[in-house]
Structures are given as structure tokens and as C-alpha cells.
Ligand binder design. Structure first.
Ligand SMILES: Cc1cc2nc3c(=O)[nH]c(=O)nc-3n(C[C@H](O)[C@H](O)[C@H](O)COP(=O)(O)OP(=O)(O)OC[C@H]3O[C@@H](n4cnc5c(N)ncnc54)[C@H](O)[C@@H]3O)c2cc1C
Length: 391
């Protein structure tokens, strides 16, 4: 099938299968993902061997372009599709890929990402959640016991599995004593408490781990090499956030150019100026994302430039929310309208996946080769640092 045929087939499928219901529940969202996967539209570029379609970015983009016109219930799968799944494909064992990737792509299992803690967000390598070998407690040593707390964990209230970064050695510098695991979110000892944010909804959660066992087969990468696995996840996170992976189409976005054109007086030259600015910024980001996607396809990993794409998207989201507030006026933020929700959610984009300041630090350090931030904690054993609740 050539690309035009692929695109037409995708459109026909979406017309027939995109949910008509405005706010489908989790069961309906899972049902939709299963049909999306069975039709060949989930994991379009993922390796066939692990359940993907093994196609190219061209098909992925063609599908995404069609999907923009529909409100698809994929948000709850966005962490799995954009972050934890690609990490397992890149860094997991064959057994882990075999076990987890297909159910993730088919929406049978929902994933969350357990990195941030109350004392470790931007400085995530300073985290304190401990994973200790079971043998330290006199058992056989083929599993780990986890204790600690995570926070801001998106979609965890629905998750079956979590990708967990935990401290396994306190006697070495902070980046060298971390290990990555897959944790069963339904296991006794895992407590998930939704947190209500300023939109009035609960997008994220706080999680408590009390003596939660994890089998060693669920360790991702080597013991104490969790930081390099986390860097893989964070690179995927920034790229997928900026590319809108798992996000619904723009059809119902009340701050999109199309929606604002309907809502405001477009004969006013000042308003037209603002809308042109919005168009130019959106187009520039779309082209930048397209370039990163093509480079990735050609084997050139975008690395820290993914941080630039994420920063541009955060700035664009804030610009759109500010523009909508100014153009629509006070009515824009009254009640629980979709526009009020989009405006109050906009600042989250400048925090989740790394704050704008951290993105600028990364760009300065690794894209522009400016002198790095002074770091006093690179050589000190973690247990001697004053971080979180320690020290
Ligand atoms: C909507 C949303 C969803 C999220 N989902 C998840 C998730 O699923 N899983 C997960 O693990 N985490 C998640 N997070 C957490 C997110 O990664 C953190 O909020 C983020 O990394 C910032 O950490 P912090 O909140 O602890 O702020 P802090 O790190 O305490 O930062 C506070 C302020 O200081 C600034 N700052 C800190 N260090 C520096 C520095 N070196 N240079 C300059 N400025 C600095 C920051 O930019 C910020 O303005 C989510 C957050 C949001 C908002």
C-alpha cells in the first residue's frame, strides 16, 4: 500500500472507530486501544518482533495527521507509549519485551513512571526510595524489597505496572547507586493516592511503597546502572511530550488556532497579528519535531535537542493559554469549561518532563557547550549528601 492509500485507510478506520462518546471511561479507552492495535495503528514504528508494526516514520506521521481530527481516548496510555515502552524496547531483557510490550501497545495494561519524589524532582538522582536485596533480610536473594515514596506520578491511579527508579547503594555517588525496576502497581504494600491539581482534576498521584517485593527478573539493566536507563526514559519523555504521543488530536483543543478563530473577531488587525504569531510558532515546532523524527529514523539520536523541542512546546502552550485568556476575556476562565481546563493545565507543561529551567540548563550544557553548572555532589557518597530528608 502506498502512503496515500495508507492515509485513506487510516482515515476510514478512524471515522468508523473513533469513540463518539465525549468522555469514555477506562474500559472504553482500553477497548478502543485494543481495536487500534488490532487494526495496526498502535506501535506503528515499533519492532515487529515485540509486537510493533515495523513501519516507518512516514506511516506514523500519516496516521498522526489523520488522528488530529479526532478526540481519541489515549491519554491514559501516554506514559506507556511515550516513555516506559520505548525504554523497555531499548533497555529491557528479551523476556521483559516479550512479556510487557504487546499488552502495553494493545492497551491491556496501563503504565506509570515512578521517578520524582518529594525531595527529588529536578535533581531526580537525589531520590531516596530504597530497593534492598531480599538476602539482606535473610531470604534467598532473588528479589528486592522496596520502601519509599514517589509523587506527581501521572495516571498511577489506573496503572498495572510502573517503571521505578530506586536507590540500591548509598555508599557511592548519587548517580551510581540507582537501579531501574518494573513494579506491580497492584501488589499489596503499594498505596496510590490521587492528588487534585488546580484544574480541579487528579492528573497525578502520590505513591507509598511499604515492603513491596520485586523479582530480580523485573530489574531493567544492571544493578546500579539505573541512571543510564533513566536517561533513556527522559530522552523518550521529552521527545514524546513535544510530539504529543498519546495525546488526543487537536480537534477539541479550545486554545488551537482553529478554535480561537471561531471564538474571536478576526477582522481586528491586532487579533490577526496574534493569530499569525500562534500559527508561526506552532508550525516552527511541528517542523522541528518532524526533523527530529526523521533524524531518529536515519539513526541519528536527537539527544539533548529533544529538550529544546520540549521547551518550545511548553512555551507555546503557555503562549496559547495566555492568548486565549486575553482574546476571550474573563469568560475563558469561568467554571469547568474545556477552555478553563486547558488554561489552568497549561503551566503543568513547563514542569512535567523537566522544568523549563532544567531544559535550558541541558541545552546550555550539551547543545551549546557552555560551561556546566558547578556540581559539588559528583564524587561524594550519597549517604553523606544533605538531600531530601537526610543530612
Ligand atoms: C503534570 C505533571 C505530570 C508529572 N508526571 C510525572 C510522572 O508521571 N512521573 C514522575 O516521576 N514525575 C512526574 N512529574 C514530576 C516532574 O518531573 C517534576 O515536577 C519536575 O521534574 C520538577 O521537580 P519538582 O516539582 O520537585 O521541582 P523542583 O526540582 O523542586 O524545582 C523547583 C523550581 O526550581 C527550579 N530549579 C531546580 N533546580 C534547578 C537548577 N539546577 N537550575 C535552575 N533552576 C532549577 C525549577 O525549574 C523549579 O522552577 C510530573 C509533573 C507534572 C507537573
Amino acid at each position: 500500500m502506498n502512503l496515500d492509500e495508507y492515509r485513506r485507510a487510516a482515515r476510514d478506520w478512524l471515522l468508523e472507530n473513533a469513540p463518539k462518546d465525549d468522555s469514555p471511561d477506562i474500559a472504553q479507552a482500553k477497548d478502543f486501544m485494543a481495536r487500534l492495535y488490532d487494526a495496526g495503528y498502535s506501535g506503528i514504528t515499533w519492532p515487529e518482533r515485540w509486537g510493533g508494526q515495523g513501519l516507518t516514520q512516514a506511516e506514523e506521521r500519516a496516521f498522526a495527521a489523520e488522528a488530529r481530527d479526532f478526540a481519541l481516548p489515549t491519554y491514559v496510555f501516554s506514559i506507556g507509549l511515550g516513555m516506559t515502552g520505548p525504554t523497555l524496547v531499548d533497555r529491557g531483557s528479551d523476556e521483559q519485551r516479550e512479556r510487557f510490550v504487546r499488552p502495553l501497545l494493545r492497551g491491556e495494561e496501563i503504565w506509570c513512571q515512578l521517578f520524582s519524589e518529594p525531595g527529588a524532582g529536578s535533581d531526580v538522582a537525589g531520590l531516596q526510595t530504597r530497593a534492598e536485596r531480599d538476602e539482606a533480610r535473610g531470604a534467598r536473594g532473588d528479589s528486592w524489597i522496596v520502601n519509599g515514596q514517589k509523587v506527581w506520578t501521572s495516571v498511577a491511579q489506573h496503572a498495572d505496572w510502573g517503571l521505578l527508579l530506586a536507590r540500591t547503594d548509598v555508599d557511592v555517588p548519587k548517580h551510581r547507586g540507582l537501579t531501574m525496576f518494573v513494579v506491580d502497581m497492584r501488589h499489596p504494600g503499594v498505596t496510590v493516592r490521587p492528588l487534585r491539581d488546580m484544574t480541579g482534576r487528579a492528573h497525578f498521584n502520590e505513591i507509598f511503597f511499604d515492603d513491596v517485593p520485586i523479582p530480580d527478573e523485573h530489574r531493567v539493566g544492571d544493578v546500579n546502572d539505573g541512571w543510564s536507563v533513566a536517561v533513556t526514559t527522559l530522552l523518550h519523555e521529552r521527545l514524546s511530550i513535544s510530539a504529543g504521543v498519546g495525546m488526543s488530536g487537536q480537534k477539541d483543543d479550545p486554545t488551537s488556532l482553529e478554535a480561537l478563530r471561531q471564538a474571536v473577531d478576526t477582522t481586528d488587525p491586532l487579533v490577526r497579528d496574534e493569530l499569525v504569531e500562534l500559527h508561526v510558532r506552532s508550525r516552527a515546532l511541528a517542523l522541528f519535531n518532524q526533523r527530529l523524527a526523521q533524524e531518529t529514523r536515519a539513526g541519528l539520536f536527537p539527544g539533548a535537542r529533544g529538550s529544546a523541542a520540549k521547551l518550545l512546546l511548553a512555551e507555546l502552550t503557555l503562549f496559547r493559554a495566555d492568548l486565549a485568556t486575553r482574546l476571550v476575556g474573563p469568560a475563558s476562565v469561568v467554571g469547568d469549561s474545556p477552555l478553563a481546563h486547558a488554561i489552568s493545565l497549561a503551566p503543568a507543561m513547563a514542569l512535567g518532563g523537566g522544568t523549563n529551567e532544567i531544559m535550558r540548563n541541558i541545552i546550555g550544557d550539551r547543545v551549546l557547550n557552555l560551561p556546566p553548572e558547578p556540581r559539588v555532589d559528583k564524587t561524594v557518597p550519597f549517604k553523606d549528601l544533605k538531600v531530601g530528608t537526610q543530612g
